[in-house]
Design a binder for this molecule. Structure first.
Ligand SMILES: Nc1ncnc2c1ncn2[C@@H]1O[C@H](COP(=O)(O)OP(=O)(O)OP(=O)(O)O)[C@@H](O)[C@H]1O
Ligand SMILES: [Mg+2]
Length: 418
């Protein structure tokens, strides 16, 4: 890429909208600005109130715009929620000319989209798991290989059309054009994983406010995606009920003093719990707080572990799990996850970016930064395709036979020649 381009990621989550502005050039991504605004317009990852969502998007974009000093017109937006499903599909085409070209890859992936699907659902992503050339399988990039038959196995991610349209509509109401909608955990994975991890098998668990998203990479490709409809907000409401304190105070207590693993809290640690309805604040053991949090988090990781087992791919997750999303910030999360999942666990921070990276350094920004990365990849691919098309020998253009001005036409000329 010779010139730079501005790419904007718009993460529309259950608790916040984050707009991340990146400048993309041949050296990578430079973060220029970020806007992060609370949002109450979604329920469990799905837009439930257009007005509120539009307001938060407008504010986040405005903030990111003034920080970056650029005008934002086009965005890459995230989509989430338990309506998202993934299924396997495959395709096969004959290779024209004995050598696999980019067009053959495009055609075979297009073929893999042909699945029976409910009328109210749409395909979000066609994620290649492997290609097959003649009898050889396990191929990552088949371009340039010799063969007569190209096959592919893909992971098709589908979503409810109305949910995707509502995301697009909210952005459009803010005067924005949506270049693409991207599954939120796929974007998160893009910003926090290394190629090595994808290759040896890794799970990304994005624990947001409303949902916990699971994404598994095996042999360098996405093998599974699914959404568990519970997240950090469920923990907050448990605290609010368990300690009889308002939701806002429960949220504050969780962020400041919460711990996922009770045994990491010393017995003499104390917290102050504000009362509801005019009741005076009272002191409580910090252990009480973690006693409320621990079972909920345990349930969440046990659920994720079961999902991984059900896919039959658990044995292939050699790199372990990476936690993203705001709820992953709680003390004790990676330690507890290691215990329940029975694999190494680390926190996922956006990597491979320059500029004001300190503003997007948390796991809650994984999706926003990943959207910028997705946009950058799409721009690069579009450019490469344009180069391939420009280099391809032109097919002879059939010319229209224009009537001869002399009125004789071609037959007239022929006749005149004899
Ligand atoms: N320091 C912290 N400790 C514990 N929890 C935290 C902390 N910071 C944020 N959270 C929690 O993280 C959650 C928000 O995470 P995130 O911003 O990733 O969600 P989201 O993208 O808005 O929601 P979703 O992805 O579910 O649609 C909230 O439940 C919040 O309470
Ligand atoms: Mg999120």
């Amino acid at each position: 890429m010779e010139t730079s381009e501005i790419v904007v990621g718009l993460d529309i989550g259950t608790t916040k909208v984050a707009a991340v502005v990146g400048e993309v050039d041949s050296d990578g991504i430079t973060i220029l600005g970020v806007g992060n605004v609370p949002c109450k317009g979604l329920r469990k990852g799905v837009v439930a109130n257009i007005e509120w969502t539009v307001k938060s998007i407008a504010e986040a974009v405005q903030a990111a715009q003034s920080m970056a000093g650029v005008e934002i017109r086009t965005v890459y937006a995230s989509v989430g929620g338990s309506h998202v499903r993934s299924q396997l599909s495959d395709g096969v085409v004959a290779v024209a000319g004995g050598e696999v070209g980019p067009e053959d890859v495009e055609r075979v992936l297009e073929g893999a989209r042909a699945v029976a699907m409910d009328a109210d659902r749409q395909i979000l992503h066609v994620l290649p798991r492997e290609f097959l050339v003649d009898n050889q399988d396990g191929i990552r990039d088949p371009v340039g290989m010799s063969g007569v038959r190209l096959g592919c196995k893909v992971n098709l991610t589908t979503a409810a059309t109305s949910c995707v349209q509502n995301v697009v509509r909210c952005a459009e109401r803010c005067g924005l054009t949506v270049a693409d909608v991207v599954l939120a955990p796929l974007a998160s994975a893009e910003s926090v994983l290394s190629e090595d991890e994808k290759e040896i098998g890794v799970a990304v668990i994005d624990i947001g406010g409303g949902t916990t998203d699971l994404l598994m990479y095996v042999d360098g490709g996405v093998a599974h995606t699914s959404v568990i409809p519970a997240g950090g907000n469920n923990v907050t409401s448990d605290i609010s009920m368990g300690l009889r304190t308002p939701m806002a105070e429960a949220e504050r207590l969780k962020r400041n003093s919460g711990c996922a693993l009770g045994r990491m809290v010393a017995d003499d640690e104390e917290i102050e719990v504000p009362g509801v309805g005019g009741h005076a604040p009272r002191k409580a053991a910090r252990r009480m707080l973690s006693d409320i949090i621990e079972p909920r988090i345990e349930e969440l990781f046990a659920f994720a572990r079961r999902r991984m087992e059900e896919t039959g791919l658990l044995e292939q997750i050699s790199a372990g799990a990476v936690l993203t999303g705001g709820a992953a910030l709680m003390e004790g999360m990676p330690e507890f996850a290691e215990e329940i999942l029975g694999m190494p666990v680390r926190l996922g921070f956006p990597i491979g970016i320059r500029g004001i990276t300190q503003l997007v350094q948390g796991p809650q920004y994984a999706t926003g930064v990943g959207l910028v990365r997705h946009g950058a990849t799409m721009l690069t691919q579009a450019r490469e395709r344009a180069v391939v098309h420009a280099l391809r020998p032109r097919e002879p253009v059939e010319r229209e036979v224009k009537p001869d001005r002399s009125g004789k036409g071609i037959w007239g000329w022929l006749k005149a020649a004899f």
